[in-house]
Ligand binder design. Structure first.
Ligand SMILES: CC(C)(COP(=O)(O)OP(=O)(O)OC[C@H]1O[C@@H](n2cnc3c(N)ncnc32)[C@H](O)[C@@H]1OP(=O)(O)O)[C@@H](O)C(=O)NCCC(=O)NCCS
Length: 333
């Protein structure tokens, strides 16, 4: 008995990008009404000036659905053409049921495969690799990849190590077949020996607690690791794609902290011609949503163009990391 499977490899690319940014803009001064800190300290140490927090009625499922609808419109792909929905998040309140089936239903997808992945701030780039592999292999025609977070719900507003950093939002891309490679091979990996660096306090599953778990972070440890280890990952992603730093138009790293982005960019030895994403200044660190949000900001502000070649790198809790060279997709309104 021969088990049948598709044998023709195709190219995969991001066909459309959409985002959802919550309405409410939160300044550093507002954060400092509760946090023992200052606007000047926050800007100097992190680059962050504002971030957005979801309000009443702005849910993780709703933000994901809105971003996905815009990505589908930008791609010119009908919901019925989508065979799989992958949601990367650390802030869906339940381990079960996952958020992705609810997003698929909200989008009107009748029977799409749908599941969540947990890879911290690196989730979007992990999901992009899964989606690209599915499309390339012929297993699926179109896959929705969504990075979404509602971190404002899972933070201690008095914690000086996290309260000014994290924020909310959603970004989505449609991955589908293309004439040329639009998503390069992924350089990815993990280091579980540093699992203690970014954690959550026990949830109701572990601790029978009535309160939401909150994120905790050894910021200095992240700072010692990311700008150096991720430079190697960047070079591996470039090597796998068969291009050099001079071939890049844009660098879109996870928006952890402006100082990490600047040190990482120096360590990669990016030429001045490469535009560097700095959405963290306006949006804070939105974890799994930060790479697609930063991609959108660059396209919207004409810092990069559709069709440009960009290097994505994401890293965070796990520790987990993933990066790939991509062609920037059209943007939905
Ligand atoms: C969190 C972070 C901004 C802290 O900056 P830092 O330079 O490492 O600061 P430290 O914790 O060493 O503290 C330095 C000083 O600032 C003070 N400080 C710490 N947090 C503060 C805050 N929120 N406001 C004001 N002062 C603060 C400390 O008390 C310390 O004071 P001292 O020198 O008098 O002892 C920084 O470590 C960081 O950004 N790390 C990466 C975090 C990140 O991007 N995570 C994303 C994960 S994907």
């Amino acid at each position: 008995m021969t088990i049948q499977q598709p044998t023709e490899l195709t190219h995969a690319a991001m066909l459309g990008l959409g985002v959802y940014r919550p309405e409410r803009v939160v300044t550093n001064d507002e954060i400092c009404e509760v946090l023992d800190s200052s606007d000047e300290w926050i800007q100097t140490r992190s680059g962050i000036k504002t971030r957005r927090f979801a309000g009443d009625g702005e849910t993780l499922i709703g933000m994901s659905t809105a971003a996905a609808e815009r990505a589908l419109a930008a791609a010119g792909v009908a919901p019925a053409q989508v065979g799989c929905v992958i949601v990367a998040t650390s802030t869906h309140p339940e381990h079960t049921p996952a958020s992705a089936p609810q997003v698929a239903t909200a989008l009107g997808l009748d029977a799409a495969a749908a599941f969540d992945i947990s890879a911290g701030c690196a989730g979007f780039c992990h999901a992009l690799n899964l989606a690209s592999s599915m499309v390339r292999s012929g297993a699926e025609q179109h896959v929705l990849v969504i990075g979404v977070e509602q971190l404002s719900r899972f933070m201690d507003p008095t914690d000086r190590g996290t309260a000014f950093i994290f924020a909310d939002g959603a970004g989505a891309v449609v991955v589908g077949p293309a004439d040329a490679t639009g998503i390069g091979p992924t350089a990815w990996g993990s280091d579980g020996s540093q699992s203690h660096v970014i954690t959550q306090t026990p949830s109701c599953l572990g601790g029978h607690s009535e309160v939401d778990p909150v994120v905790q972070m050894e910021g200095t440890a992240v700072f010692r690791w990311a700008p150096f280890a991720m430079a190697e990952v960047a070079h591996e992603a470039l090597r796998l794609a068969g291009i050099g730093v001079d071939d890049l138009d844009a660098f879109i790293p996870h928006q952890a902290n402006l100082r990490i982005t600047q040190t990482l960019s120096r360590n990669i030895k990016l030429p001045e011609s490469v535009a560097i994403a700095t959405d963290v200044i306006d949006s804070g660190n939105t974890s799994a949503a930060s790479v697609p949000l930063a991609m959108e900001a660059m396209l919207r502000q004409d810092e990069a163009s559709v069709g440009d070649t960009a290097l994505l790198i994401a890293f965070g809790a796990g520790l987990s990391y993933a990066g790939q060279v991509v062609t920037l997709p059209p943007l939905g309104q």
